[in-house]
Ligand binder design. Structure first.
Ligand code: NAG
Ligand code: NAG
Length: 597
């Protein structure tokens, strides 16, 4: 592919040195050159000619997907290349923190240097740590060529980081470097105070902001904030918090923009996004993820079952089907008795009702037909009444509770909605094809903070929360201590997920941050921080109330019978008395009217 010219130009010699020294480890190299380049490439490579049609965004994307992360660019206007690289960023799935770009001028003309130098001031260039510009420069000796090797500072304050620095100079006559330095110096060991923009919002115990500076010197704390502070202590950067208090986690739109923490990372408004961000698939397609910081488990607080209302007690001994059977027996026996009496309804209903509640009957009839109907009814009612008596005794002594919601299936069956103040809780379930997950998403509701606060006392919904590895619960601020007292933790987790830090795709910091997180896990610091933060800042009463919500003392208490237990029975009696008095009065009234006529 690469034509071999008759002589090798000085820039090709220099490029060969750079390739041998810095790019020989490269998995695959992309050479984009408008003019033939005569260099030997000891690794797999692809040659693209931007003047011909096969240089396109699609080709670049395909190469990037194949793992080609290093580029040699020799174009009239290399900014085109930067733009193309930026265009394929959302689509490419292969990520590399250490992409190397080597930019070579097309001619030796000094005027062609301007567009190349301008490259460093592009916003896109700030996403790459390793950019090397090779620019010809003047020397005292006419026949000799010299090249400046230039990169951007990358580190330091915002105004400094875009400035070019001349790393070295190479002379074609002597074939030696002036300083002999390493040409890709930005190894992220010391960022010299470069600002690291962190988008986040207050989400205990991951991120706490606005903390009293007497408690936390920087006014911020939290598991992930400590991780970021540690990161910046390690590589010498300055943390700048970008708050996303309104849109919280936010979302990404189709057009590569977005809101909230996620959106600000996608748009490049911040370098790192934190705040219990789970490893969501849609977000992974648009961003880089660090390794897992915290394993989190999602579970719900549901209203604790209450002791049943006392008026229901007389109905509890029998289930629904038995009550229906009793009613059918009553109707059936009444019909039987009526027929046995020769189709005369003479007190049939009263006799059957009395027999069912085991009252003795005065029956003058000596008909065997009637006797056998009554006799069988007596036998069955004897059994029913003793069964009812036994059931009633047990409902009176052991307290009866409403059905409790323990599993996800229970929650679905009860049709109780579960919710929080942001949709992010369902992101992890969104792609699932399981019916249970789909139903869970349907039952999820988003309410404002105030509405959630109000609803926490209504016993009508479940509230999602996270359980962290050291046993801390991340509970929304809208749940107060009083509200939690009337709730209990479910027994089954909804799902587990890993919290990660999100970074701009191909961010140079991803690998560095992952390395730090690995060290934090190794030393157990993340667990320790979780305990420290929760002891220091979280309301331990809410934490304890949640943890022990299933061990409250009133469960299983045996109490002596009191008036409440028989309330229901008196209720039936009073209703009966009032009804019969009314009917009695009605009868007298109707009788008088009849006599008047
Ligand atoms: C960290 O950066 C600051 C500049 O903000 C610099 O003064 C300091 O020397 C750096 N620290 C180290 C250890 O290099
Ligand atoms: C991107 O899409 C969102 C919603 O679909 C819209 O609000 C926003 O203005 C769009 N941004 C651009 C730059 O097109």
């Amino acid at each position: 592919m690469i034509a071999i010219p008759h002589f090798i130009s000085p820039i090709e010699i220099l490029l060969q040195i750079i390739i041998n020294k810095y790019l020989s480890e490269s998995y695959c190299l992309v050479v984009i050159s408008e003019t033939p380049l005569s260099v030997k490439l000891p690794m797999s490579f692809t040659y693209l000619d931007p003047k011909k049609e096969h240089f396109s965004v699609e080709t670049l994307l395909k190469l990037s997907e194949e793992g080609c992360s290093d580029y040699i660019i020799r174009m009239e206007d290399p900014r085109q290349f930067m733009n193309a690289l930026e265009e394929i960023r959302p689509m490419s799935m292969v990520r590399r923190s250490d992409k190397k770009l080597v930019i070579v001028p097309v001619t030796d003309d000094e005027n062609s240097m301007e567009p190349i130098l301008n490259l460093l001031t592009m916003k896109e260039s700030s996403y790459y740590a390793h950019i090397l510009l090779i620019l010809p420069t003047q020397t005292e000796r006419f026949e000799c060529l010299a090249f400046n090797l230039i990169t951007h500072r990358f580190v330091g304050s915002d105004s400094e980081s875009k400035l070019p620095i001349i790393l070295d100079r190479w002379y074609s006559c002597t074939n030696h470097f002036e300083n002999n330095v390493y040409l890709f110096p930005n190894n992220l060991k010391n960022l010299n105070g470069k600002t690291m923009k962190i988008s986040t919002f207050i989400y205990k115990p991951y991120v706490l902001l606005d903390v009293d500076t007497a408690v936390a010197p920087l006014g911020r704390d939290g598991i992930e904030i400590r991780m970021i502070d540690e990161f910046c202590r390690w590589i010498n950067c300055t943390v700048q918090i970008i708050r996303e208090d309104v849109d919280l986690w936010g979302e990404i739109y189709e057009n590569e923009t977005g809101i909230g923490v996620i959106g600000s990372v996608v748009e490049g408004r911040s370098d790192i996004g934190i705040a219990a961000l789970y490893s969501w698939y849609e977000e992974w397609k648009a961003m880089d993820f660090s390794v897992s910081v915290v394993r989190s488990a999602v579970i719900c607080l549901v209203p604790a079952p209450r002791v049943l209302e006392c008026w229901e007690l007389p109905f509890l001994p029998f289930g629904k089907s038995i009550w229906i059977a009793v009613v059918i027996t009553f109707v059936y026996a009444s019909i039987g008795l009526t027929i046995a009496q020769g189709c005369s309804s003479n007190k049939a209903l009263l006799i059957v009702f009395g027999t069912i509640i085991s009252q003795s009957q005065y029956i003058v009839s000596d008909s065997w037909r009637i006797r056998s109907v009554i006799g069988w009814l007596l036998v069955s009612s004897l059994i029913l009444v003793s069964a009812y008596g036994a059931g009633l005794a047990s409902t009176f002594t052991v307290p009866q509770y409403e059905p409790s919601i323990d599993t996800v299936q229970d929650l679905l069956n009860s049709r109780m909605e579960w919710g929080a103040n942001h949709e992010a809780w369902t992101f992890s379930l969104a792609l699932s094809s399981e019916p249970v997950a789909k139903k869970l998403i349907k039952q999820f509701k988003i309410y404002s903070f105030e509405e959630l606060q109000r609803r926490s006392f209504l016993r009508k919904m479940a509230f999602s929360l996270e359980e962290l590895p050291a046993g801390t619960f991340a509970i929304g601020e809208y749940l107060s201590k009083e509200a939690v007292q009337d709730m209990q933790l479910m027994l089954e987790f909804f799902y587990f997920d890993h919290c990660v830090a999100m970074l701009h795709k191909n961010s140079p910091y991803t690998e560095k941050l992952s390395e730090l997180i690995g060290r934090l896990h190794q030393s157990g610091l993340l667990l320790a921080w979780e305990s420290q933060v929760s002891l220091k800042y979280l309301d331990y009463k809410i934490q304890l109330e949640t943890r022990l919500s299933r061990a409250r003392s009133d469960v299983g208490d045996l109490k002596p019978l009191n008036f409440n237990h028989v309330e229901g029975i008196f209720l039936i009696f009073i209703t009966g008395t009032i009804l019969s008095t009314l009917f009695f009065a009605l009868e007298i009234f109707i009788g008088k009217q009849a006599r008047k006529k």
